[in-house]
Design a protein around this ligand. Structure first.
Ligand SMILES: [Cu+2]
Length: 84
């Protein structure tokens, strides 16, 4: 069993609480996915996941299918790399 990993994704189409709920509900249904947070303010989705059960690519596919294309934010210097 690998340790849980945390990914941060930038999804510019998160605009309101509805988007937030949509994302957390859709991702939350997936096995291997832990805590999910989505912020309409920062447009960031933070996902805890077990890499043995689900890949980052799958997480991105779920987001894409839900209508929120997202790209991964590098863990280091993530704040500096985002322009809102
Ligand atoms: Cu919305």
């Amino acid at each position: 069993m690998a340790d849980k990993q945390k990914a941060t994704l930038f999804a510019p189409d998160i605009n309101c609480g509805h988007c937030q709920a949509h994302i957390t509900n859709d991702l939350g249904k997936f096995p291997g996915i832990g805590t999910v947070t989505a912020s309409p303010q920062t447009k960031l989705v933070e996902v805890e996941y077990d890499p043995d059960q689900v890949s980052l690519e799958s997480i991105k596919s779920v987001l894409w299918a839900a209508g929120y294309p997202a790209k991964e934010v590098p863990a280091e210097g993530q704040k500096a790399s985002i322009t809102l």
